[in-house]
Design a protein around this ligand. Structure first.
Ligand code: ZN
Length: 178
């Protein structure tokens, strides 16, 4: 389960299923979250991961707090990982910007995608508590990319321009992948 599923796998195209609130703190979900963190850490450049990327069609995504801090100097979080369960975008800015984006499940393509500058997400955290969180910068881009994953959408569906790079080029020049 630590392998990242690649783009031709139909799991990436499914609409992932919500988790019953009472199940959020179960051993099963804890194990899935731990496996997602392990899989993301093995990639080194992985700043976020959605459950379908490890073959689990459930509505969870995880953001690496430490990589986010490194990659986005404006990010004010304390560097701990962020877990979002049953996430839902409840506000999204009309103002968009073309950003460069890559995905752990679409090696080794890179592209330009229009993303909203600001997003508010509601979700549950891993303790089963309701949370609401606004984001800008890289975290806003992550919220949109990972929510797309949970709806069976990959960035290459939306990208205007896609190009291939070598693994070295992507890791050195482009930084983090979503
Ligand atoms: Zn991705």
């Amino acid at each position: 389960m630590k392998e990242i599923i690649q783009r031709d796998n139909p799991i990436l195209r499914e609409k992932a299923v919500s988790i019953a609130v009472g199940e959020i703190t179960s051993e099963k979900i804890k194990k899935i979250i731990a496996a997602m963190k392990d899989a993301m850490a093995l990639q080194k450049d992985g700043v976020a991961i959605a459950a379908p990327q490890i073959g689990v069609s459930l509505r969870i995504f995880v953001v690496s707090g430490s990589l986010l801090k490194q990659a986005d100097k404006k990010y004010r979080g304390d560097g701990t990982d962020l877990v979002f369960i049953n996430p839902e975008i409840i506000k999204i800015s009309k103002e968009k910007k073309e950003v460069e984006e890559g995905c752990l499940s679409v090696r080794w393509l890179y592209g330009k995608v229009k993303r909203s500058l600001r997003v508010t997400l509601k979700a549950y955290n891993e303790k089963g508590e309701k949370i609401e969180r606004g984001a800008s910068g890289l975290l806003a881009q992550i919220f949109q990319h990972e929510t797309d994953h949970l709806n069976g959408i990959l960035f290459i569906d939306k990208a205007k321009e896609v190009w291939e790079m070598t693994e070295e080029e992507i890791r050195e020049v482009r930084g983090v992948q979503l």
